[in-house]
Ligand binder design. Structure first.
Ligand code: UT7
Length: 356
């Protein structure tokens, strides 16, 4: 999938004259782009440190830090749902964008853990924030959910269907984890991030998106029960069929190669080189995955945004939480080029290049 006109791809092969470069700048201003005009995030109050986890499962702080980079994660209180986190992050994004909830045309929520089997989390968020004029839809692409959601958002905006879209990434994993299963228990956290995206004639905004999927690896990362194939019944709960099945080492390798492919696609689509990128904002699954990829590319570590130490893997929320942190920390400023990368269950993977 390549949303850019052919000239953008040719840019990497053709040396352009100053006149052509100038006309391209003008063309950039005439093009409707999906510009991120506000960010927000929300983490539940309760913090679970690695030392807390030592009391729940056979693990230790040193192993978790060394193998994953995680030091703590946030977990929801009883009764808190994905839409509650999503709505709080959304209101912060709306405030930072300086718009009103009633300005929103569409709410997109990327999640693999909606509050209910149905309706969608996006509908609940729409109601909770008072975005009464907005349509609402969920996108399910596991940890790649935010990139898929951004691509859907970008397509709606560039097609001229909607002008202002709220995109939320939110997931709650803590109440699905089986604490005895230490391979997954230590990885995940709960949280939500949100962005407000507006169509503007501007050189700023989403420059490219790349989406990929390979459904042939179900057993690498999935939950066997709870869906329509193995509906929840007391006897399946007793067999602990709710465990998350994850082949950690295989996923690790797949993640590194997926990041490389997704980054390459973004560079090809925009005609940029990796040196043009100011900040890489990757899905936060494991610092070793992130740095294996970025070190191989020769990217200095200060150009790679990492906040997994304080939040863990929050699934579809990792990238919007990281974007909000990066903006508020001054690591992502207007005009910067950001490369967003994700991979996850499905398998799914993808990238987006954004001029902030
Ligand atoms: O968003 C997608 C979600 N999933 C992922 O991204 C997962 C990707 N994979 C990973 O991040 C890593 O593979 C893990 C963090 C899951 C595991 O790290 P690893 O370096 O691949 O460890 P391993 O599975 O090869 O296990 C190494 C050792 C084993 O012990 P022995 O056989 O060497 O004695 C494990 O039993 O570490 C042991 N181990 C643990 N020890 C303490 C595994 N989990 C734990 C634990 N605490 N939580």
């Amino acid at each position: 999938m390549n949303p850019l006109p052919k000239h953008a791809i040719l840019r990497s092969y053709v040396r352009e004259s100053p006149e052509i470069q100038e006309s391209r700048k003008l063309e950039d201003y005439r093009m409707i782009r999906s510009r991120i005009i506000g960010t927000g995030s929300y983490l539940p109050e309760k913090v679970l440190t690695n030392h807390d986890l030592e009391k729940l499962t056979d693990t230790n702080d040193e192993w978790i830090r060394q193998r994953t980079g995680i030091e703590q994660r946030h977990v929801v209180a009883e009764g808190e749902g994905t839409s509650d986190l999503g709505a709080r992050a959304a209101l912060r994004a709306i405030e930072s964008a300086g718009i009103k909830p009633s300005d929103i045309d569409l709410v997109v929520c990327s999640t693999m853990t909606p509050d209910y089997v149905f309706p969608s989390a996006s509908c609940l968020i729409q109601h909770k924030i008072g975005a009464h004029h907005a349509a609402a839809v969920d996108v399910q692409a596991a940890c790649t959910g935010f990139i898929y959601g951004l691509s859907v958002t970008d397509a709606f905006i560039r097609a001229g269907i909607y002008k202002t879209i709220l995109l939320v990434g939110a997931d709650i994993m803590s109440n699905r984890l089986i604490w005895e299963n230490r391979d997954t228990a230590v990885l995940f956290g709960d949280g939500a991030g949100a962005v407000v995206v507006r169509g503007e004639k501007s050189p700023h905004g989403v420059l490219s998106t790349f989406l990929a999927a390979d459904g042939g690896h179900l057993d690498m990362f999935y939950v066997p029960s709870g869906g329509s194939k193995n509906i929840l019944r007391p006897e399946t709960i007793a067999k602990m069929d709710l465990s998350i099945i994850m082949k950690g080492r295989e996923l690790f390798k797949k993640a590194v190669s997926s990041f490389s492919e997704a980054a390459q696609k973004a560079l090809e689509a925009t005609g940029m080189s990796i040196e043009d990128v100011d900040l890489i904002v990757p899905h936060q699954a494991n610092t070793r995955i992130i740095y294996s990829f970025s070190d191989k590319l020769g990217v200095p570590r200060e150009k790679v945004f990492v906040n997994i130490q304080k939040v863990g893997n929050t699934v579809a929320a990792t990238i919007p939480i990281a974007l909000d942190d990066a903006v508020r920390a001054g690591s992502l400023k207007q005009g910067n080029i950001a490369l967003l990368l994700a991979f996850g269950a499905g398998l799914t993977w993808g990238s987006a290049m954004v001029r902030w």
